[in-house]
Design a protein around this ligand. Structure first.
Ligand code: HH2
Length: 340
C-alpha cells in the first residue's frame, strides 16, 4: 500500500490549436499540456505548472508510446467488439454462428476498426463462467477465420491462459485480460513468453459479484495503484512496460459515481507510461444517465464518452458501433486541424 501522502500527477490534456510555447506533448499523441493536477489522498487537488512535476513523471507522461500489434499509438485506435457468446450484455447471441461472427468482423474492419477484440465468455455483471474448452471452441476458429483473410490485428478477450494460448495459435496478436492476472496465475508468465502485448484492466470482485456493493477509499487513486501494481507484477514476470496497455475497467465493480470519477480524470492513467484503453461502449452507466434501459439505445452516449476519451488522449477505444465511432473521430480530427 503506497504512503497515503503520495502525490499523483494528472496532465490537463488540451487540444486547442493555439499551443503555447513550452507545452508538452501527451504520450507522443494529439494532446498537449502545460499544467498538471497534483492529487493525493490527504490534500485537495492543486493545479501546478507541468515543469513542477517530478522529472520522471514528466518523462513518462510525454514519452511516445511504442507501436502495439503493429499499430502506431500516436493516433487514436478503434477496437471493435466481437462477442461470440450467447449472453453478452449488448451483442449476446448475435454472433454465435461462426459465419455471422466473421461477417461482423469484416464489417467492423471495413468500417475502420483497427483491432477486433474477440471474446467467448461474457463478463457482464452476474455472468456465469464457462470452461476452457468451450471458450476455446467459440473463439479460436473465429480468430483463425478472421486472420485467414486479413492482416488486421485481433485480440483475445479472456482471463484464461489456455484460451489465450489457443487464440495465439489461431493468429491473435494481442491479449486482453479483464482480471489483470487475478483469475489465472499462469497468465503473466504466458503473456511474457508469448511476446504479445496485453491489456490489463481493473476490476473489483468477479463478474458474479462485482456490482453487489463496490467500494473504494478513493476510486481514482485505488484503480491507479492497482494498475501500477499489476504493471510491476508483469515486469517481474519478464513482460516489459512497452507491451502493456492499461484500462480503468468502466463498469467492473463500479457505481455510477465511481465510473464518472474515473472518466472525469481519465488522463491520470497516462502517468503509468502505457497506452490507455477505454471500454465504455453501451455500458449501463450511460443508460442510467440517460434513461436508456436497452443497451442498443446507448449509441449517442457511447459517442459522447468516446470523444471524451479522445480529449483525454486515450489511445484505444473499445466499441460496438465501429462505423459511427469512426465518423465521430474523423470529424473530431478535422476540427482539431488534423488530416482525416
Ligand atoms: N468490457 C467488457 C469486456 N471486455 N475489456 C476491456 N479491456 N475493457 C472493457 O471495458 C471491457 C473488456 C464488457 O463488455 P462486452 O464485451 O460488450 O460485454 P460482455 O462482457 O457481456 O461480453
Amino acid at each position: 500500500m503506497p504512503d497515503p501522502a503520495t502525490a499523483y500527477f494528472r496532465p490537463v490534456a488540451q487540444g486547442d490549436p493555439h499551443r503555447p510555447a513550452g507545452a508538452h506533448t501527451l504520450a507522443g499523441g494529439w494532446c498537449w499540456f502545460t499544467h498538471v493536477e497534483r492529487i493525493s489522498r490527504t490534500e485537495a487537488p492543486a493545479l501546478i505548472p507541468a515543469a513542477e512535476a517530478p522529472q520522471p513523471v514528466l518523462a513518462r507522461l510525454t514519452a511516445p508510446r511504442a507501436p502495439l500489434a503493429g499499430l502506431d499509438m500516436a493516433r487514436p485506435r478503434l477496437m471493435g467488439i466481437l462477442n461470440v457468446t450467447p449472453d453478452s450484455f449488448s451483442d449476446g447471441g448475435l454472433f454465435m454462428d461462426p459465419e455471422a461472427a466473421l461477417a461482423q468482423a469484416r464489417a467492423m474492419q471495413a468500417a475502420g476498426a483497427d483491432i477486433i477484440d474477440v471474446g467467448g465468455e461474457s463478463t457482464r455483471p452476474g455472468a456465469v463462467e464457462i470452461g476452457v474448452e468451450e471458450e476455446v471452441g467459440r473463439t479460436a476458429p473465429v480468430i483463425a477465420a478472421i486472420r485467414a483473410g486479413s492482416d488486421g490485428p485481433v485480440s483475445i478477450d479472456t482471463r484464461k491462459s489456455m484460451v489465450a494460448r489457443a487464440a495465439m495459435g489461431a493468429g491473435a496478436s494481442m491479449l486482453n485480460d479483464v482480471s489483470a492476472f487475478s483469475y489465472d496465475s499462469r497468465m503473466a508468465p504466458f503473456a511474457a513468453d508469448s511476446g504479445l502485448p496485453i491489456c490489463l484492466m481493473h476490476a473489483q470482485g468477479t463478474p458474479q459479484t462485482m456490482q453487489d456493493a463496490p467500494s473504494y477509499d478513493d476510486v481514482l487513486l485505488d484503480v491507479y495503484d492497482f494498475l501500477a501494481a499489476r504493471i510491476a507484477q508483469a515486469e517481474a514476470a519478464g513482460l516489459p512496460r512497452d507491451r502493456i496497455v492499461v484500462d480503468p475497467g468502466i463498469g467492473f465493480g463500479k457505481t455510477l459515481e465511481h465510473n464518472l470519477a474515473l472518466l472525469r480524470r481519465l488522463s491520470l492513467f497516462h502517468a503509468l507510461g502505457c497506452p490507455v484503453l477505454l471500454g465504455a461502449s453501451r455500458k449501463r452507466f450511460i443508460g442510467t444517465l440517460s434513461d436508456a434501459p436497452e443497451a442498443r439505445d446507448r449509441l449517442p452516449g457511447s459517442l459522447a464518452v468516446a470523444l471524451h476519451g479522445l480529449a483525454h488522449g486515450v489511445q484505444i477505444l473499445r466499441v460496438h458501433d465501429t462505423a459511427e465511432t469512426r465518423q465521430a473521430l474523423q470529424v473530431a480530427d478535422a476540427l482539431r486541424g488534423e488530416a482525416p
